[in-house]
Structures are given as C-alpha cells and as structure tokens.
Ligand binder design. Structure first.
Ligand code: 3PG
Length: 305
C-alpha cells in the first residue's frame, strides 16, 4: 500500500490533519503521522518505507531522502522549501513540490498584527503610534506580500514595494507603488515587511548599510527567514538607533543578545505565521491532493526541483 508520511514537528491543527488523512485514505493510501518529534532520527526512521512525505519546516535532508528507498515525492505544505535538500532529492529522482499561496494570508495577518502590537508598545498601556498614513515597504512581491498590501491599505497605509523579478504593471494594479532600488524602499518605509525567500543571493542581504537608511522610528517586520538578515549588522543598527525596532516570527541566532535591547525587539516564541486552522487546511489539503495527482497521473505542477 502507498504510504504517505506526514512529518510535522509543529503539527497541523487537528481539523486539518483529519482532512489530510481523509483525502489520503480515500485515494486508497495509508496516512501515517509523525508529530512533535524531538529527534531528527525519528523522522529518518519513519521515512524509511514512505512513498510520499508531507512536511512543514521539517528538515528533509540527505539522511531522510537517502534512507527512504521507495520515496517518490516530498511536498512542503507551505511556501519556503529551504528546508529540503533539493540536490539530494534530485539525485534520487525524488520530486519536490511546495504549495504556494496556501498559507499566505495567515502570514500576512501576523505581520500586520505584530506591527500593531509593537507600535502600541506591546499593549503595556503607554502611548504608541498608529499605522494610518504611514508608508509600508514590502520587500518582495509574492503571495504573502499581496496580502500584506491588501491589509495595509485597510489600515490607510501607503504601500510601496521593491520586487525586481515581478512585472511592475501587475503590482501597480494592486494600488502598490514600485521603486527601482532596494535602498529607495528602505529609505521611505516607516514599516517594512520582509517577504523574500532565503535564496543564496538574499542571505545576509538585509545589512547595516541598508537598515541605516530607514527613517526615524522605523520598524522592520520579518516573517520570512532569519537567514536573510545580517545579524551583526542588525545588532549594530539596534545599538546605534534606539528609535529602530526589529520584530520577527523567526528568532535570530543572536536572539538572546538582541533581547537585551528590551522593547526594541520582539520575537514570537515559536514560528507561527502559518499557524492557523485555515492555513493548515489549505496547505495540507493542497499537499495531499498534489501527491495523489502526481502518483496517479504524473502531474508535476508545483515541482521545484
Ligand atoms: C512557509 O514557508 O510556508 C512558512 O514559513 C510557514 O512555515 P511552517 O509551515 O513551518 O509554519
């Protein structure tokens, strides 16, 4: 029987897990869940006889891929697939897919929610600031960014983006201004929503030189990946510019040091951008259906390797 392993250190909401199980079983496959595992070896062991794997941020590295003799497909139920060893998968003929857009509203709502929370001094009762009439810079313009722009406009913010790989005319249709340089984006953004993937070219690209262009009282909100931040540069910026705030859903490696800056930083206790029932249902169902379409019909839509 075709075995689909759902390996989620951070489990899907029960309602989503039940739907995923139902879809997989209706196709005549077996659904096996490995949730909240503490050792990566548990994932390696569970993958051994899997034909297909659904993951979230779980590390589908070479050890997992090489041990899974029957493995045909890995679907990352979400957007970023930097947690999958694409080279190892390709070498073994394993197809890797993501489910773009399925959890993007949840991430965007968290980005704006954290902006309000920190702009209101973490609800400590003191006088904060509003989002209305401020400029929000949106770095990158994928599915999350589109949702950030939509919600930001509801707050009465001016939305501007830098997204060189996207068609500017399409972006302008969303009522978002487009600038030609990343420096132009950062220099006018009171709030900056970081929504770029952890591609090699983006790693450590958010550095001191760029951050120091931000206006007084600016706030950088990262719901993307910690790897895109140059952490030494961020620390320098926070030390020199006491008006600057850094808010992130993915705590940096130097989180303990940065927390000494007090209210200048805020990190969620665990990455929770996509932690909603709706996002779990959307991404989980898409992942299950993509596996079935691939195994039954060879459909490789959303293949990333
Ligand atoms: C994604 O890339 O889709 C998001 O970062 C969500 O990741 P998660 O599924 O681990 O919450």
């Amino acid at each position: 029987m075709t075995k689909v392993l759902i390996a989620t250190d951070k489990p899907f909401a029960k309602v989503a897990a039940d739907k995923i199980k139902g879809i997989i079983e209706a196709a005549g496959y077996q659904a096996v869940f490995l949730e909240k595992y503490t050792e990566h070896q548990d994932f390696v062991d569970a993958a051994k006889d899997a034909d297909a794997i659904i993951i979230r941020s779980d590390k589908a590295n070479k050890a997992v891929i090489d041990s899974a003799e029957k493995l045909k497909i890995i679907v990352r139920a979400g957007a970023g697939y930097d947690n999958v060893d694409l080279e190892a998968a390709t070498a073994k003929g394993v197809v890797v897919m993501n489910t773009p857009g399925q959890n993007s509203n949840a991430v965007a709502e968290l980005a704006l929610g954290m902006m309000v929370y920190v702009a209101r001094n973490q609800f400590n009762g003191s006088s904060g600031t509003e989002l209305k009439d401020k400029t929000i810079g949106i770095h990158g313009y994928g599915h999350v960014s589109k949702n950030v722009a939509r919600i930001a406009k509801g707050f009465g913010m001016k939305a501007v983006t830098y997204a060189p790989s996207k068609n500017p005319d399409d972006i302008r249709k969303d009522g978002v201004e487009v600038v030609d340089t990343v420096e132009a984006l950062y220099s006018q953004s009171n709030f900056l929503s970081l929504n770029i993937p952890a591609y090699d070219r983006n790693k450590k690209s958010i550095n001191y030189a760029l951050l120091s262009k931000m206006p007084a009282n600016a706030m950088l909100v990262n719901t993307a990946r910690k790897e895109v931040i140059d952490e030494a540069g961020l620390k320098q910026m926070l030390s020199e510019r006491k008006d600057f705030k850094y808010v992130s859903d993915i705590a940096p490696d130097n989180a303990a040091e940065l927390k000494e800056m007090g209210a200048q930083v805020f990190f969620t206790p665990k990455k929770m951008g996509a932690q909603t029932s709706e996002a779990n249902i959307n991404a989980g169902i898409a992942a299950a259906n993509q596996i079935i379409a691939f195994i039954e019909k060879g459909d490789t839509s959303f293949k990333v390797n």
